[in-house]
Design a binder for this molecule. Structure first.
Ligand code: FMN
Length: 373
């Protein structure tokens, strides 16, 4: 068991897809365009955010008509900021890992070592079939993703990369320049999205970070134990990021009212279409434990079950909950907001200082041990 002296980290979902982060007709003061996102990225890094995550989506889907491509958009945000690390979501199956490794090495060089990737195995079958690419069964998608990550790491860290897998092959491939390496990271950080058993095993074996959909304390604890147990077998520790849709208001009643209105104004047709597509995508998982399998209608109004994390209330209530999750082993919160510019600033000014105070108190008292480490 080990204590956690590091401050908990924060990331935000880049709104590079139209329609906002909730599938609802409620007013969302946000924008998927570049000017808005550049302003948001600068504001976020000045309000305590260490990371931003760009989403990947190639075609219109449930409530998201327009999308900017994730790697190009991430590079633009890296160049517009000073400290923010920008994570680009990418799909194995639509990229060759060597081509992506090259792109990320360039982005990393241009940004002074701030590029990262989120390997997502996919739920949206149409994206693959409309591009004429095969849609693999769930667990095969993870076999491919794991090879993809191994290839990235091999190319980023070896002089003459070799790989002989079922999906990818390399022969004496020498990437120059390499991405920047340092004591805190040997190569750009590799995140992953996916919560099924295959996803957890893959994280334990090869990912630096595991992203969970929104979950309560029990749901998070169960995943952390599983992922860290697998990681321990391989002599590793995986860092844990948790999604949450954050609604902080001066009173709890105001925050709860916002949530009520989001769900009451849900775009029912889009939510139901999304729900059936993601549940279908998880069906072929060997144990049926895919990420959205137990999500209900109200959960699905936020694409990644973000209400289930319960970051809804006053700054004090939210800060306490964040620190409670940290005690369970959460290293990072991936946050979504309704009115991005206003809510990010409110978070930085009103919630974050309370989190840091609580962390300092815990450090003085001797922080409680973490789960699974
Ligand atoms: C934090 C997070 C971010 C994700 N971002 C994307 C994305 O940008 N595009 C996408 O197609 N899928 C994304 N996914 C979904 C994954 O592709 C995958 O379909 C999902 O995690 C289900 O996997 P599972 O069945 O293994 O649980 C994301 C998942 C998580 C947890």
């Amino acid at each position: 068991m080990e204590n956690s002296p590091e401050p908990v980290k924060f990331a935000y979902w880049v709104p590079n897809v139209s329609g906002g982060l909730v599938v609802s007709k409620i007013e969302q003061r946000t924008d998927w365009g570049y000017d808005y996102n550049r302003e948001l990225a600068v504001l976020a890094e000045n309000n305590g955010f260490e990371y931003a995550l760009s989403q990947v989506r190639y075609i219109a889907s449930y409530g998201a008509a327009y999308q900017h491509e994730s790697t190009g958009f991430s590079l633009a945000l890296l160049l517009a900021t000073q400290r923010l690390k920008v994570i680009a979501a990418i799909h194995p199956g639509l990229w060759h890992p060597g081509v992506l490794a090259k792109f990320v090495a360039t982005a990393d060089q241009l940004s002074g070592g701030r590029a990262a990737v989120n390997v997502v195995s996919g739920w949206f079958k149409d994206e693959f079939t409309k591009l004429g690419e095969p849609w693999l069964e769930h667990d095969e998608r993870y076999r491919r993703s794991e090879e993809f990550i191994r290839v990235l790491r091999e190319i980023w860290t070896s002089e003459h990369a070799e790989f002989n897998g079922d999906f990818y092959r390399l022969h004496d491939f020498d990437l120059k320049p390499k991405p920047l390496a340092g004591a805190d990271r040997p190569h750009p950080e590799i995140f992953q999205g996916g919560n099924s058993t295959s996803a957890r095993r893959m994280a334990g074996r090869v990912s630096d970070w595991y992203f969970s959909n929104g979950r309560d304390f029990d749901g998070v604890t169960e995943q952390i134990r599983d992922v860290q147990a697998e990681a321990a077998v391989h002599g590793r520790r995986v860092r844990f990021g948790l999604n949450g849709f954050l609604i902080a208001r001066d009173t709890e009643a105001e925050a709860r009212e916002v949530l009520r209105e989001i769900v009451a104004k849900a775009d029912r047709e889009a939510v139901e279409g999304f729900g059936s597509a993601v549940k279908q995508a998880g069906k072929s998982a060997s144990d049926g434990k895919g990420m959205w399998q137990d999500s209900e209608f109200a959960d699905l109004v936020q694409y990644n079950d973000g209400f289930r994390t319960g970051l809804i209330g006053t700054p004090e209530q939210i800060a306490e909950r964040i620190v409670a999750y940290k005690r369970l082993g959460v290293d990072l919160f991936l946050l979504g907001f309704l009115h991005y510019l206003e809510d990010v600033e409110y978070f930085g000014k009103r919630v974050l200082p309370l989190v840091r105070e609580l962390e300092a108190d815990a450090a003085e008292r001797g922080a409680p041990a973490r789960v699974g480490s």
